[in-house]
Design a protein around this ligand. Structure first.
Ligand SMILES: Cc1ncc(COP(=O)(O)O)c(C=O)c1O
Length: 406
């Protein structure tokens, strides 16, 4: 990244209007709140208005799809409650996330247990709570579902390429389409409702065409299953829709168009039910993480300064590993002349470096006590923070709503 404006201020990129607009308005509302409230740092502030805007945009872009918010992206109760109010469903991965959704008023029928890795006891608990939809990708998990959640609906996750994703999944989840056909057949034999196929094309996916592979794979599974008398009806499009970091992604309309085209091409008039599991898309741009500069010191190369923040890899910025996610920054000294920096976290750990390969330039006047805001930091920050590595507590969070003022 070389564009100086992208490193030091809020950037509204015309090519990415929908994303930039929401992100910029939300960042401004949160700045007003932070400037009045002056909370201890680091601190993540979520703007519920932006979450609602994002939900409405997605509703409009994919009007037929059931939206299941992926709770892991940001499990703040206020965020979940706001989405319950809007009629959202929820993608959960654990008993804790199920309890959270139910406590915030979600209907158990609106919960999809999307983790393919789960204990039998947790499946039974979810079933007793009324959860009826489960993901699977293995015989052992399927058997556990059949025993602990008799009669439940299951969809099978297929493994698809994650090219274009800033944070790909690797090979941890999903099976081949051939295995999915076999598992759905087995599900039917076990008395389960073999309802569909899911895939995840990798988070922060910048290639709007990526869903085409998943939809084609899902169609192969539908065809193969039908040959065995099993008729799945649901395609779960997973997550992957982007937030607004330093490198702009295509607008949401591009993703929706490519998805629609692929559905038409593969399924034609036999259109399946759709489900989508946005995490980052709904909450990423709704959050600002305020941090404080702890120390500024010159590098031994004499060219760059090290800027140490009170937030780092272990208390909120896990997604900067490999510099995969590059947040836009705003400082209390924006407008002053800038120079290159390495950004690092506060712990006594050599890996707690935020950006050293990615070129960031920050004001030369920056010093201890100044603030650095990480914009569009609402997803996978607080939820990824460690319990307290090195004595640094998990990231405190708060919400603002509507016209609330500090
Ligand atoms: C099963 C599943 N669905 C949805 C998501 C959300 O993905 P994203 O935040 O890219 O929308 C994830 C994220 O890890 C996931 O594991």
């Amino acid at each position: 990244m070389t564009d100086q404006s992208a490193t030091t201020g809020v950037t509204d990129r015309p090519s990415d209007g929908d994303v930039a607009g929401t992100a910029a308005r939300s960042a401004e509302r949160i700045r007003e709140h932070l400037d009045g409230a002056v909370p201890a740092t680091p601190c993540l502030v979520m703007d519920l208005t932006a979450v609602r805007e994002r939900y409405a945009e997605l509703r409009a872009a994919l009007p037929d799809a059931r939206i299941c918010y992926a709770v892991k992206a940001n499990p703040m109760p206020e965020v979940v409650a706001a989405l319950v109010e809007l009629g959202s469903s929820f993608d959960v991965a654990s008993p804790g996330e199920i309890d959270l959704c139910l406590e915030q008023g979600a209907d158990p029928a609106a919960i999809s247990y999307g983790n393919t890795i789960k204990k039998r006891a947790d499946i039974a608990r979810a079933h007793a709570q009324g959860v009826r939809l489960f993901a699977t990708d293995s015989e052992a998990d399927l058997t556990a579902i059949a025993e602990a959640a008799p009669g439940a609906s299951v969809f099978c996750r297929v493994l698809v390429a994650n090219d274009g994703s800033r944070t790909p999944f690797g090979r941890k989840f999903g099976c081949t389409p051939e295995t999915a056909v076999r598992l759905l057949g087995r599900a039917a034999e076990l008395g389960l409702d073999a309802c569909g196929v899911s895939f995840h094309i990798g988070s922060q996916q910048h290639d709007a065409a990526a869903w085409e592979h998943g939809i084609a794979a899902a169609h192969r599974v539908f065809r193969g299953a039908a040959e065995h008398g099993v008729r799945p009806r649901l395609v779960n499009l997973g997550g992957g829709l982007p937030a607004h970091y330093t490198d702009a992604a295509p607008p949401l309309t591009d993703y929706a168009r490519r998805i629609e085209q692929a559905l038409d091409r593969e399924f034609g008039a036999d259109r399946p039910e759709l489900l989508v599991e946005p995490g980052r898309r709904l909450v990423g741009d709704a959050g600002v993480l305020r941090s404080e500069v702890v120390l500024v010191s010159p590098d031994s190369d004499g060219e760059r300064r090290w800027v140490y923040l009170d937030v780092g890899r272990y208390n909120g910025l896990a997604e900067t590993e490999g510099e995969a996610i590059t947040y836009r920054l705003r400082t209390s000294r924006d407008g002053d002349p800038v120079g290159p920096v390495v950004l690092a976290g506060p712990t006594c750990d050599g890996d707690d470096v935020i950006y050293q390969r990615t070129r960031y330039e920050l004001p030369l006047t920056l010093r201890a006590g100044d603030t650095v805001d990480l914009l569009s930091a609402g997803a996978y920050t607080a939820s990824y923070a460690s319990v307290g590595f090195n004595g640094f507590p998990p990231l405190p969070t708060r919400c603002i709503d509507g016209h609330e003022r500090p």
